[in-house]
Ligand binder design. Sequence first.
Ligand code: HEM
Length: 460
Amino acid sequence: DLRPTPSSQGIPVLDPAPPLPDTSPVAFFGELSKQFPEGIFSLNIAGQENVFVYDPDLVTEVSDETRFGKPIFAPLSHVRDYTGAGLFTAHEVEDGDAWGMAHRILMPAFSQRAMKNYYGQMLEIAQSLVGKWANAEGEPVRITDDYTRLTLDTIALSGFGYRFDSFAEEELHPFLNALLEALVESMRRSQELPEMTALRTDDDKRYRTNIQLMRDLVESVIKERRQGRSSGEDDLLGLMLQATDPETGRPLDDDNVRDQVVTFLIAGHETTSGLLSFATYSLMRNPHVLAQAYAEVDRLMPGDTLPDYDTIMKMDVIPRILEETLRLWAPIPQIMKAPLEDTVIGGRYELKQGTKTNLLMGPLHTHPKAWERPHEFDIDRWLPENRARHHQHAYKPFGNGRRACIGRQFALTEARLALALVLQKFKFSDTTDYKMDVREALTRKPGDFELVIRRRQEHE
Ligand code: HEM
C-alpha cells in the first residue's frame, strides 16, 4: 500500500516509488495523479527526483520562461543519439547557438502564410490516402498506419522534396520501423541505470543499426538536393542549405542540417498521425459531432470539389474537432521543464535548480479547475465566446514558450485537409467495437485501430 508523504520540499511523494510499467509510463503517471489532488507529486525514477505538475495555476508558474527552461534530460538526451542538436533536442546553452540559429532560419518557413507554399503537396498526398481507401471498400483498414503514411510522405515531400511513396507499399517504410525501435530503446534507456543498458549489447547493436538506417536515408535526401535532382528553393531543406542566420550571418553546418532533417522527419509526422487517429476515433464515439463535420464538408466542398487553401481556412467545425482531440488525446502527453534557479511554486513547493519538472497533459487538460465536464468530447468549448473564458495555461498540446512546436500551423493545416477529404468521401463502421489501446513511444497513438470504410452515397 503506497501512501503519499510530503517530502522535505513540501511536495507529496510516493516513497518508495512504485515500479514503472515497461510500456505505458505516462498513462501510469496519469493514474498516479488521481491520488494527488494538489496537482503536483514527486517520484524517484532511476535515482533521480521527478516532479509532475498538472494544477493549472502551478503550470502557469512553470510556463514562465524567466523562471523555467527546457532541459535535455532523459528521454530526450537519448533521442539526441539520432536527432543531435536538431531543434527538438538542442540545448540552448551547451550546443552554442545551434538552437537559436536554426530557429531564426526556419521560423519564416512555418508562418501561416508559408503554409500556402506546401498546400499543393499536402493535397497531393491526401489524395493518395483517399485513393487507397477508395479501393478498400468494405474491408477493415489499419487507420493509424495509413495516417502515418500520409504524414510521413507529406513532411518529406513538402519539407525536403523527397518521395517516400508509402501508399504504393504494403509494408510501412523501413525508416518507420527503425524509428519506432529507436524510440522504444531511448525510452527504455531513460528508465534504467546506464550499467543495465551496458549489459544489453545486442539491443545496443540493433539501436546503432537503426540510427544508421535513418541517417543514411537522410544523407541521400540531402545528396539528391545538392546534386540538383530535387528542387525547392524555399522549402525547409532549401532554406537550411542556403539561408544564413540573420543575427550571425552564418549558415548551418552539414551535421546540423542532417540532424534537423532527421528531427523534422520524426517530429513532423509522429504527432500529426496520432492527432488524425484520435480525431477519427473521437468522431466514431460522437455521432452528433460527426454529423456536424459531414455538414461542414458538404457545404464547403459539395460533390467532389477539391478544397483549396482558402476553403481549408474557412472551416469551423473541423478545426474545433482537432482542438478538442488535442485536449483529450494530446499526442505528446508529457513535456519537461526545469527551474533556472532554486524556486518555490504555489507559495510552498520548493524546487531546486534543474529539477525535472514534468507537465502531464492528460491531467492538465482535464483538470476540474479549468474544464467543465472535463472528460466529455465537446467541440463547443472552442467557440470564440467560450474560448475567451478558458484558463490561460490549462491547454498545452504544442508545448510552451519559445520551445513550443514550430510545426503547429503545418500540422493543423495538414490535419484539416486530410480530415476534410476523408469525410467528403467516406463513412466508417467500427465492426469490431474497438477499445482504445494507447501505445506510447515518446508520442502516443491508438494501437491496432481498424475500421471498415465505405464510400458515401449522395445525401448520406
Ligand atoms: C516541438 C507537439 C507537429 C516540429 C513540439 C513540442 C510539442 C509538440 C508538445 C514541445 C516539446 C517539448 O517541450 O519538449 C506537436 C503536436 C503536433 C506537432 C501535438 C501535431 C499535432 C509537428 C510538425 C512539425 C513539428 C508537423 C514539423 C513540421 C517540431 C519541432 C519542435 C517541436 C522541430 C521543437 C521546437 C523547438 O524546441 O525549437 N511539438 N507537434 N511538430 N515540434 Fe511539434
